[in-house]
Design a protein around this ligand. Structure first.
Ligand code: 3HC
Length: 277
């Protein structure tokens, strides 16, 4: 999601520094942004001059040094509390005292990450949705120590990106995943219990409830590894059966069937991510 977040920030006029773990990951992010910008220019949604200005506002690096002068930092790394805390602890020492830290986590507690820094009042959740350039929603998450001023500034920032912010409490899954994840897990359980084929369940939810994607299409799109990680975190927080990852999901993740990104999940995909069957 990091590349999508960087793209919308640069589009909104912000000087944007992108930090990735290594050159390979940086290349991947750069390519995704470039593809998205060229497609927008081809379709006449963006002028070539605006595209060029957006490219100039984006800087990529595998070092943290570039972001030490940023006013706002958005973390979108792997969904691991220890990895996130490690990054925030390091950034806290070198970033400006006024800088606000945000995490794009979908299920971890913002308060736990904030506690790894000396700025819990300037720490909030800012949760985007896939695909970031398209989805209008952003959840602004107030943790136990987040100040009113930080909530107001982060909410204004989300609006300046052209997004519609909603306020959410710092409970695992916030608003959307709290409702969406049990639905996706229940679709897997329904399929396991023989309620319907993958295609029929997907068609049912698309044509019966006007969902843009059926649950299995969405699971493959978001990534089964990601949904599995989120479900484990939510189950650990709430200890309710509806958040427990079903055995089939766990086995698919063990088998490396993560969905679109690995070419196989509930459905199969070609190299371009288009559905084979
Ligand atoms: N980047 C930029 N633009 C994109 C894009 C991307 N990755 N994917 C699609 N678009 C644009 C297209 O260019 C097109 O723009 P246009 O209408 O101006 O030409 C528009 O979006 C529609 O795309 P398509 O015609 O290719 O395809 P669809 O109409 O099928 O829409 C979709 C694709 C927007 C992905 C739609 O299927 C959808 O809304 N799906 C549901 C997505 C969803 O539920 N997201 C939330 C996931 S949960 C989450 O993210 C939380 C996390 O914590 C797990």
């Amino acid at each position: 999601m990091g590349s999508g977040i960087a793209e919308v920030c640069a589009k909104a006029g912000y000087e944007t520094f992108v930090r990735e773990v290594d050159e390979k990951a940086l290349d991947g992010g750069r390519r995704r942004i470039e593809n998205s910008l060229s497609k927008a220019i081809e379709r006449g949604k963006l002028t070539a001059a605006d595209g060029e200005a957006i490219r100039k506002r984006l800087r990529f690096s595998s070092s943290f040094a570039e972001i030490f002068s940023s006013d706002l930092v958005i973390e979108a790394i792997v969904e691991s509390l220890s990895a996130k805390c490690e990054v925030f602890e390091a950034l806290d020492k070198s970033c400006a005292p006024h800088a606000i830290f945000c995490s794009n986590t979908s299920s971890l507690a913002i308060a736990e990450m904030a506690a790894a820094t000396a700025r819990p009042d300037r720490f909030a959740g800012l949760h985007f949705f896939n695909p970031v350039p398209v989805m209008k929603l952003v959840e602004v998450v107030r943790a136990i120590g987040t100040s009113e001023e930080t909530v107001a500034r982060v909410t204004a920032f989300a609006r300046s990106l052209g997004k519609e912010p909603i306020a959410a409490r710092d409970n695992s899954g916030f608003v959307v995943n709290r409702l969406l994840v049990p639905f996706l897990l229940d679709a897997i359980r329904a399929h396991e219990q023989g309620v319907g084929s993958l295609e029929d369940i997907d068609t049912g939810m698309k044509l019966g409830c006007a969902h843009p994607m059926g649950p299995f299409e969405l699971l493959d799109y978001v990534g089964l590894d990601t949904v599995y990680a989120i479900a484990e975190i939510m189950f650990a927080e709430y200890r309710e059966a509806r958040f427990a990852p079903p055995p089939l999901l766990k086995r698919m993740v063990i088998a490396g069937r993560f969905g679109r990104k690995t070419g196989r999940g509930f459905y199969e995909y070609d190299e371009r991510g288009d559905r084979r069957r």
